[in-house]
Design a protein around this ligand. Structure first.
Ligand code: HEM
Length: 537
C-alpha cells in the first residue's frame, strides 16, 4: 500500500515537473542572461542550495554575467538587479510596472483567507499587496492623516486632500518623543541592571534588550498608553513569534515553494501554518483594538487612534501586523549590527563618544534636536545600514505587466529582487566597500537638505530602505528610533568584547541579524547612573 502511494506520488511529481519544464521552455527568449548552474526541470534550485548566502552568490554571479540576470525556478522567473542603474531605471523610473508583489499561494489561501483579505474592505496587510488601489489606499494611511483622505465607495478612487500632512514624516515623529524617552530610559535601565548582575565573563545579553526596545517603540507608537507591556513580558515574546512567523511569508525563501505548485500537496503543513499565523494575529491584536475603541477618549495619542474610524476590524488587524512586523525586527537587527560592529572598532566608538561630549556634555542625554550636530554618529548609523544591511535582498517585487529593458524581455508576474548587498559592495559607489568606514558619508550628512526626502538612488547613501513606490514607509520613524537608541547607549557605555560580525543563519527570511552575542558594558563616566535615573524627569 505504502509503495503504491509512493509510486503514485513520484508519477504525479514527474508529470508536474515535466509540465513545468515544458511550460517554462517557451518563455525563455529574450530574458536577461541565465545565472550559472541551471538544469532542466529544476532550474537553479541546486545552485541556490549553496552554503553561501544568496545575496553574496548573486553578487558573485553578477561579476561573471552582468548586473541583471535571470533565475529559473520551476514555473517562476526571478530577475535579479545587482546595480544602481537598473534599480533606478526599473524600480524608480518604471515604478508602475515594477512595484507589485508576487505573494505565495500559501499566503493567499491560508493567511489571507482564500484571497478575501486582499481586498480593500477586508484586508490591511498592505506590505503583501499587489500594486493597485487597495495597496495605495492603505499605504497612504501610513503616510498621511486619514482625515485628509477619502475613498469613493462606488469607484473606490482615493482622494488625497491638498491640506494632507504626512503621518510618518519627521514632523509627525516629533509627536512621539515622550514614547521614545520612555523606551530609551527603559533600555538604559535594563542595560544598567544587567551590567550590575552579570559580573561573570558572559556579559550583557544586549541583543535581547535591543529587541525589547525596538518592539516596544513600535507597539507604543501604534497603541499608545493602552499598551502596557514591559521587557521580559510573556506577551511580548508572543508578538516576536507572530512577527517572525509573518515575515517568513514575505521572503524569497517562501517563494521557493512556488517553484512547483505540486510541492504544496506534499507540504500541507505550510497551509496550516499560515492559517495559524492568521488566527494568532487576530487573537493578539483584536482585544487591543477593542480596548482602544472603549478607551479612545481617555487614551494617549497614537497611530491607530487617528485611523481608527476609517478602517474595518480586519483592516485594522492586518495593518497592525504589518506596522509592528515591518518596524520591529528591522530596527532591532540594525542596532544589533551597530553594537556588534562597534565592539570591533573601539576607536570609532570613542570618536562617537567624544562627539557626544563636545555637543551634549555629560550632564544630559542626547536629544532628537542634537541629531544635526552629531554628524559622525549619523555617519556610523548610515555605514551600519550599508555594511550590514538588515534586509540585503529587500522584499521581492513583482512585475504587473511585461516590459523590455536594454533589449531584454522582462515577463509579467516575474519576481524582481533588488540586491542591495551587491549595490553596497560596488567599488564605483563606495571606495574600499568591504571596510567599515563611517566618514565616507560625511559629505552626504553635512550637505544634504534634511528637510527634503529624496527618492533618487543617486542621492541615497544606501538602499537599506529600498527605493521607488514601495520604499519603506517607516524611514523617519526608523531613523529617529535608531538615532536616539544609539546616541543614548553610546553616551553612557562603551561596548567591549570582540564580536563576530557574521549574520545569523536562522534569521527570518527577509531580515538578518548578527549571531546572538553578549557585550561587556563599561560606564563612560561617573554621571551615568544619574543620567539614566533622571532621563525621564
Ligand atoms: C532599520 C529599519 C528598517 C529597515 C531597514 C526597513 C527596510 C524596509 C524594506 C527594505 C522594505 C521593502 C521595500 C520594497 O518593497 O522595496 C520595507 C517596507 C516596509 N516598511 Fe520598512 N524598514 C525599517 C523600519 C520600518 C519601520 C519602523 C516601519 C513602520 C513602523 C516600517 C514599515 C514598512 C512597511 C509598512 C513596508 C511595506 C511597504 C509597502 O509594501 O508598500 N519599516 N522596509
Amino acid at each position: 500500500m505504502q509503495s503504491s502511494i509512493l509510486l503514485a506520488g513520484l508519477a504525479v511529481t514527474f508529470i508536474a515537473a515535466m509540465t513545468a519544464w515544458w511550460w517554462s521552455k517557451g518563455n525563455e527568449d529574450g530574458l536577461p542572461p541565465l545565472a550559472p548552474g541551471c538544469f532542466p526541470v529544476i532550474g537553479h534550485l541546486l545552485a541556490l542550495a549553496s552554503k553561501e548566502p544568496p545575496e553574496k552568490l548573486f553578487l558573485h554571479w553578477s561579476k561573471q554575467i552582468g548586473p541583471i540576470f535571470t533565475l529559473k525556478l520551476g514555473i517562476k522567473r526571478w530577475i535579479i538587479l545587482n546595480d544602481a542603474t537598473s534599480v533606478k531605471d526599473l524600480i524608480v523610473s518604471r515604478g508602475s510596472i515594477y512595484s507589485s508583489r508576487d505573494i505565495s499561494s500559501v499566503l493567499v489561501d491560508g493567511f489571507f483567507d482564500g484571497g478575501k483579505c486582499l481586498s480593500y474592505e477586508s484586508g490591511g496587510g498592505f506590505a503583501f499587496y499587489p500594486y493597485g488601489k487597495y495597496w495605495r489606499f492603505l499605504r497612504r494611511i501610513g503616510m498621511y492623516n486619514t482625515d485628509r483622505i477619502s475613498i469613493c465607495p462606488k469607484s473606490q478612487m482615493v482622494t488625497l486632500h491638498p491640506q494632507a500632512h504626512s503621518g510618518l514624516t519627521k514632523k509627525k515623529i516629533n509627536d512621539y518623543q515622550p514614547l521614545f524617552d520612555q523606551e530609551t530610559h527603559t533600555l538604559l535601565q535594563s542595560m544598567n541592571m544587567e551590567a550590575k548582575d552579570s559580573k561573570s565573563a558572559l556579559g550583557v545579553p544586549i541583543c535581547r534588550l535591543i529587541e525589547d526596545y525596538s518592539m516596544l517603540v513600535v507597539l507604543k507608537i501604534a497603541f499608545g498608553d493602552i499598551m502596557k507591556m514591559k521587557p521580559g513580558d510573556k506577551e511580548l515574546q508572543q508578538v516576536f513569534e507572530l512577527t517572525a512567523g509573518a515575515a517568513t511569508f514575505l521572503g524569497p525563501k517562501e517563494q521557493l515553494l512556488e517553484f512547483f505548485p505540486i510541492i504544496k500537496w506534499f507540504l500541507p503543513t505550510q497551509h496550516s501554518f499560515a492559517v495559524l499565523a492568521r488566527n494568532k494575529l487576530f487573537s493578539f491584536y483584536g482585544p487591543l483594538f477593542d480596548k482602544l475603541d472603549k478607551q479612545s477618549a481617555q487614551s494617549s495619542d497614537c497611530f491607530f487612534k487617528e485611523v481608527i474610524g476609517q478602517l474595518t476590524h480586519v483592516q485594522r488587524v492586518g495593518f497592525a501586523g504589518v506596522f509592528v512586523g515591518a518596524g520591529s525586527e528591522t530596527t532591532a537587527s540594525t542596532l544589533q549590527w551597530l553594537t556588534a560592529i562597534l565592539t570591533n572598532y573601539p576607536e570609532i566608538q570613542d570618536k562617537v563618544f567624544e562627539e557626544i561630549v563636545s555637543v551634549v556634555g555629560k550632564n544630559r542625554l542626547p536629544a532628537a534636536t542634537d541629531e544635526d550636530k552629531l554628524v559622525y554618529l549619523q555617519c556610523v548609523i548610515l555605514e551600519t545600514l550599508r555594511f550590514r544591511t538588515p534586509t540585503p535582498l529587500g522584499v521581492p517585487h513583482a512585475t504587473s505587466s511585461a516590459d523590455v529593458y536594454k533589449n531584454y524581455v522582462i515577463p509579467a508576474n516575474a519576481t524582481v529582487i533588488v540586491n542591495a548587498y551587491a549595490i553596497h559592495r560596488d567599488p564605483e559607489r563606495y571606495t574600499d566597500p568591504g571596510s567599515f568606514l563611517p566618514a565616507r558619508h560625511m559629505k552626504y550628512v553635512t550637505e544634504h537638505d534634511s528637510t527634503h526626502f529624496s527618492q533618487t538612488v543617486e542621492d541615497r547613501p544606501h538602499l537599506a530602505f529600498s527605493t521607488g513606490r514601495r520604499v519603506c514607509v517607516g524611514i523617519h520613524l526608523a531613523e529617529r528610533s535608531l538615532f536616539l537608541a544609539a546616541a543614548r547607549m553610546l553616551a553612557c557605555y562603551r561596548f567591549e568584547g570582540k564580536t563576530e560580525i557574521n549574520r545569523s543563519k536562522d534569521g527570518v527570511s527577509t531580515t538578518f541579524a548578527p549571531v546572538p552575542f553578549t557585550v561587556r558594558l563599561v560606564k563612560r563616566h561617573e554621571n551615568v547612573d544619574t543620567l539614566i535615573t533622571d532621563s525621564l524627569s
